[in-house]
Design a protein around this ligand. Sequence first.
Ligand code: AN7
Length: 357
Amino acid sequence: MYSGIIERFRKQLPVSKDTPVVSLKEGNTPLILSDCLSRIIGKGFEVYLKYEGLNPTGSFKDRGMTMAVSKAKEAASRVIICASTGNTSASAAAYAAKAGIKCVVLIPEGAIALGKLAQALIHGAKVLAVRGNFDQALSLVKEIAAKYSITLVNSLNPYRLEGQKTAAFEICEDLGRAPDFQCIPVGNAGNITAYWKGYKEYKQDGKIKSLPKMLGFQAQGAAPIVKGHPIKNPKTIATAIRIGNPASWRQAEAARDESRGLIDAVSDAEIISAYKLLASREGIFVEPASAASVAGLLKLAGRNYFRRARRQAPGAARIVCVLTGHGLKDPDRVIKVIKKPKVVKAELKAVLKEIGY
Ligand code: AN7
């Protein structure tokens, strides 16, 4: 029986036999070949989607949270705390519930998707909506965790990144090698840092021979790394990545530079267009922030980035786009971008007329 990322990758993780494993059987998510995107990028390219929205709470955060909460429990911590644009809070709340420890989350008021708020609340976290943005909430929880014996479970907690690096391991296992390119959304920049760490470790262990180019994408109105300075009032419909001063800023730049990749920005319109394409052509429903990776892929393809790269290194190329969170997290967004259903009379004639029979 599958038993979660800690058991599966125990040798690569900082756990011992004394670590109480708190798991919801996260990880083991599918890597899906996208015919439609492969065709768009062109001959010789295979585009795969790592569907992290299928983790237990619906996002990739569960990989990091199983580690952070297990280690918090090992250290006999009674309370965990985080600031969140939503998914971290949902995941922290669920794993804290499983571990029987208290969870406090600070969210930016009015700026997180409904599904995520519902999750944090139903799992019994103490949820505080701060009159401010994510960056302000993060400063507050850092200060609280430094002063009191409360464990911070934002990605500043090194165990979070240790857990999240296992997604890179799974991709390598599934492909039998590393991808050539990896597209990934960037918010607080923990995930791009974790993936790069995972790939480098697998290479060091001799499990893969090459490393992917890391291609990170921020939302245009919340693109501090692209712009080169913090953004005071970040704006984007992709609330998960509405972050103006990422905690892992330097590490993300290192991943970009060491891999000879890039970090670019995508507009809300490009995000929504990728969001609709994934749902309507691939049958995969993601939240807007997750569509940033595919929006970035399409933006680079439009500039012939992949074709040019291939001229330098001929042969088949594999691209992986990470889809970080499930679409059901943010149902309001669908209603805003898609026409609502037409209301008809409860009569056969009326229904048949509408469906063209
Ligand atoms: C769906 O939950 O920061 O660059 O507080 O929820 O590692 O931050 C979420 C981030 C991408 C960006 N996609 O990842 C939080 C939070 C989704 C996300 C990101 C987030 P990082």
